[in-house]
Design a protein around this ligand. Structure first.
Ligand code: ADP
Ligand code: TYD
Length: 208
């Protein structure tokens, strides 16, 4: 029988360095000989990547917050069924760039208080939390400047602007207190290598 896998997620505002750190962590763990699946949300499976295009491209008013909750949860369900659960069952370490905490924040906070609805649908259709969540905490002005440096068409949420990003940052920190046992808050305002060392140290503690 294989060892149980571990499910690690990265969370934080846009441009905080999640993707960079998720990739570096995957490389560091693979170098130690561990089997790692690096994935992301929305996306991470064929169907979920299709839903990704629906939710991240186009007019910011394209979907209501409620419809978005359904779309992100549908994408997550597919991702869980086809990618995450099989990898964990095979004893792998799954590193995921964003997961349900992002829905709690973005859809739960951005247009009124819909957190209860997010949690209800999560309990009904997902019912799984990560074993460890690394919150990369960063000042939103720095995060937005970094995110704007990237090119692409996935701008529906980045267009929401700095005020929403500030509320998201505070919301993520509150979430880290709410789910304290699985959260580690990482200071993202340092150079990449320093943040990566901190991340790896926290993950080693958790895997020990
Ligand atoms: P996220 O996935 O949280 O949106 P990314 O990892 O894509 O963030 O990083 C956003 C941008 O900032 C990228 O261009 C990346 O190269 C850069 N970046 C990431 N980490 C740092 C860091 N610690 N210092 C400066 N720039 C960074
Ligand atoms: P991502 O590609 O991680 O963006 P970034 O690299 O800029 O952080 O995620 C795309 C956007 O999707 C991001 O603005 C947050 C949003 N999002 C939600 O609104 N709800 C969700 O459940 C998830 C997973 C992401």
């Amino acid at each position: 029988m294989s060892a149980p896998g571990r499910f690690i997620t990265f969370e934080g505002i846009d441009g905080s360095g999640k993707s960079t750190q998720a990739r570096r962590l995957a490389e560091a763990l693979r170098a130690e000989g561990r089997q790692v699946v690096l994935t992301r949300e929305p996306g991470g499976s064929l169907g979920a990547e299709e839903i990704r295009r629906l939710v991240l491209e186009g007019d910011p008013d394209r979907w209501s917050a409620e419809t978005e909750i359904l779309l992100f949860t549908a994408a997550r369900r597919d991702h869980l069924e086809r990618t995450i659960t099989p990898a964990l069952a095979a004893g792998k370490i799954v590193i995921c760039d964003r997961f349900a905490d992002s829905t709690r924040m973005y859809q739960g906070l951005s247009r009124g208080d819909l957190r209860a609805l997010v949690d209800q649908l999560h309990a009904l259709m997902i019912g799984r939390e990560p074993d460890l969540t690394l919150l990369i905490d960063l000042d939103p002005d720095t995060g937005l400047a970094r995110a704007k440096g990237r090119q692409g068409h996935e701008e529906r949420f980045e267009d929401f602007g700095p005020e929403l990003q500030r509320r998201m940052r505070a919301g993520f920190l509150a979430l880290a207190e709410e789910f304290a046992p699985r959260f580690r808050v990482i200071d993202g305002a340092r150079d990449e290598a320093e943040v990566a060392r901190d991340v790896l140290a926290r993950v080693r503690e958790a895997l020990a």
